[in-house]
Design a protein around this ligand. Structure first.
Ligand SMILES: *[C@@H]1O[C@H](CO)[C@@H](O)[C@H](O)[C@H]1NC(C)=O
Ligand SMILES: *[C@@H]1O[C@H](CO)[C@@H](O)[C@H](O)[C@H]1NC(C)=O
Ligand SMILES: *[C@@H]1O[C@H](CO)[C@@H](O)[C@H](O)[C@H]1NC(C)=O
Length: 635
């Protein structure tokens, strides 16, 4: 599954430098956003900031109420009003976290009652508007002169005081995709290879471990997503694998039937032993059913749908996918299994292919599946009718773009041999070049050649990958592409439509972006990423990366996850599920109903406890906003 020709048993300890250049954060510890609708009060933050229309109204009400309480001449001063308004509106600034941060010295994040004021401005302001100034401090800290007021208002960090940092004119691009954060959601998993869900909007999802166990991640009573100890399914008794790191056999695929909620069926792809001397093992696709308990499948409910003899231990493919809930078509990816050239190029066997079968007829016991009538090779005597596309080496992790409306848009990472890794967009009936191509490079008799084989000899033109890269790992390592997903979640608009993928050995992430002008070609970009420490504190940091990236997954809200491990042995409980998040920008908190999930940074840093320490009326507004937001976003 993972490697080129041989098992990869090496350990890599790469350090990937991560530099966040546009770190901005709201007081709730989350990224700023572009509000839906216009902010009529804090207009400066209408394009991008930390308030939506509702929060803007709260700020307006607060300013008007407080203003009405003033007794002094301040009340007639436009200067005072403007500044009072502008200072109060800074809670909507994309820099509000920094502007209100007082200290992290005691290990907690504490917020100031008022935004930090720069020295000269502070004195002028106090002189012009003493009563307004007093309103900005808590009553306890009430000041009697400019010196005490400004001492209380000063900040240690001269870069984060008003008006020098107003939050709009920092000269940096704000809200653009820079680096993503990976936030640990679950750990202790043994080679997690699939993360998927039965699409019912409950937020529950499932993780398949290589050795033959499926586990549930669901919200606990506090609404926090948790890995349940009790497995959903345990079929270790029939899964053939070993604990050798990089063994490609095991439980490789899991997909829920589109109507799982009515029929309780899901499908699993795994390696099983065989007595056939000419095969290493058998790949089985089986249907299982859920039991009376929603978090428990019935291991005795297995019905084998399809069996494929595997000539070798590796290149097994193993992705299972359903496209939509209009039909019962199951897509199955199968590697070439180390077979010879002819087999790999040939569509009269199931190896090296993406298959498509109709499992809607399976309840009839005599019939495991049927062939969709519009499969590309129906009626072709030289082909198996299950074949949907062929000429793959090891279509290891594939996904269907949930945003593809009219036709199936399936992406596969096809793991190469010794030269190149490719990402294919799988078209019905397409031939993808293996055994004669790796990426766009030509091969013949297991080595590269300048001169490509004549398509006439293969009988068909191959479809080029949308992207490929040549091997760069040092001697001893063999690169392996890990196909990912097109992001279709609601939370992170910068990621929308990007195809995120990785390399198993390099521990790197990239994304492909469709070139909108042609609609055909795809551009490739590095995607830098850091863990919580880097993301939360926004400093230039190093992400310690001792991990092999195993696979990606998607929840029912389209949010993206990455699975990695430090030891790719399927008995090592070192696997981690991370959620991929964009710290530069999120969606308006009112627009994403499915996101109960995002928290960037340490949960301890969410200023819920310190909210009580904010005594100012202004901060009462903040607290209300925070509570509002925290309720929505608490993990
Ligand atoms: C208040 O903020 C607005 C928008 O940024 C700005 O145009 C205006 O000059 C500010 N007023 C004062 C008194 O600084
Ligand atoms: C979704 O799944 C959960 C957990 O099994 C279940 O409680 C809920 O009823 C399901 N929702 C629908 C709409 O089927
Ligand atoms: C591979 O090598 C064999 C033996 O040298 C030769 O007969 C065959 O034509 C070669 N195949 C290709 C595709 O070049």
């Amino acid at each position: 599954m993972f490697s080129g020709s041989f098992l990869v048993t090496f350990y890599l300890f790469l350090k990937i430098p991560v530099t966040f250049t546009t770190q901005t954060k709201c007081i709730d510890n989350l990224p700023p956003f572009s509000p839906e609708g216009t902010l009529n009060f804090c207009r400066a933050f209408s394009d991008f900031g930390c308030c939506n229309v509702e929060q803007d109204l709260h700020v307006k009400e607060y300013v008007e109420t407080e203003w009405a309480k003033l007794n002094s001449d301040d009340r007639d001063s436009t200067y005072c009003y403007e500044h009072f308004k502008n200072l109060t509106c800074l809670q909507c600034s994309p820099h509000s976290f920094d502007l209100y941060l007082s200290s992290e010295s005691d290990g907690n994040t504490n917020f100031r009652a008022n935004v930090g004021l720069c020295g000269e401005f502070c004195h002028n302001f106090y002189t012009a508007c003493p009563e307004v100034a007093d309103r900005l401090l808590s009553e306890k800290a009430s000041s009697s002169n400019a010196a005490t007021f400004c001492a209380a208002s000063s900040t240690e960090d001269e870069d984060t005081c008003y008006p020098d940092l107003s939050g709009t004119d920092t000269g940096e691009p704000l809200g653009e995709l820079d680096c993503v954060c990976i936030r640990k959601l679950a750990e202790g998993l043994r080679n997690p290879l699939v993360l998927t869900h039965p699409r019912n909007g409950s937020g529950r999802f499932f993780v398949a471990e290589h050795l033959g166990v499926v586990k549930v991640i669901d919200k606990n009573e506090n609404g926090k997503r948790t890995l349940l100890e009790e497995p959903f399914l345990d079929i270790q008794d029939r899964v053939f694998t070993t604990d050798t790191p990089g063994d490609e056999r095991g439980l490789l695929g899991l997909a829920f039937h589109p109507r799982y909620h009515s029929n309780g069926h899901f499908y699993v792809y795994y390696s099983a032993r065989t007595t056939d001397e000419n095969s290493d093992h058998i790949s089985k696709v089986s249907r299982f059913s859920v039991s009376e308990e929603p978090n428990k499948a019935d291991p005795d409910s297995e019905k084998v749908i399809l069996e494929i003899k595997q000539p070798g231990a590796g290149q097994n493919g193993g992705q299972l996918l359903f496209d939509n809930d209009m039909d019962d078509y199951l897509y199955i990816t199968v590697g070439y299994g180390g077979a010879d050239e002819e087999t790999a190029t040939d569509k009269s066997n199931l190896l090296g292919s993406v298959l498509r079968i109709d499992v809607g007829t399976e309840d009839d016991d005599s019939n495991q599946y049927s062939i969709p009538p519009d499969n590309p090779f129906v009626g072709d005597n030289d082909a198996r009718p299950e074949v949907y596309a062929y000429g793959f080496r090891n279509p290891w992790r594939c996904s269907i773009d949930a945003g593809s409306q009219s036709s199936t848009k399936m992406f596969c990472g096809d793991v190469g041999d010794s030269t190149a890794e490719e990402i294919d967009l799988v078209e019905k009936g397409g031939y993808y070049g293996w055994y004669f191509k790796e990426g766009n490079l030509c091969r013949r008799n297991s080595s590269l050649t300048e001169e490509c084989i004549d398509p006439g000899d293969v009988g068909v033109d191959d479809i080029a990958p949308i992207h490929y890269y040549e091997h760069t790992a040092q001697t001893g390592y063999v690169n392996a592409v890990v196909g990912g997903f097109v992001y279709r979640g609601c939370n992170f608009p910068n990621l929308q439509g990007l195809y995120v993928y990785a390399d198993y050995v390099l521990g790197k992430l990239w994304f492909l972006k469709e070139n909108p002008s042609s609609g055909e070609s795809w551009l490739n970009f590095d995607l830098c990423f850091g863990d919580d420490d880097v993301c939360n504190h926004g400093y230039e940091g190093q992400w310690e990366n001792p991990h092999f990236i195993l696979a990606f997954g998607e929840d029912d809200g389209g949010e993206l996850y990455m699975m990695a491990t430090t030891n790719p042995s399927n008995t090592a409980a070192t696997g981690i599920v991370y959620q991929i998040m964009d710290p530069s920008r999120r969606s308006d908190p009112d627009t994403c109903s499915t996101i109960d999930s995002i928290t960037i940074g340490d949960e301890d840093d969410i200023p819920i406890a310190t909210a009580n320490q904010m005594e100012m009326p202004l901060l009462t507004v903040c607290v209300l906003l925070l509570l509002h937001i925290v309720q929505q976003f608490d993990v």
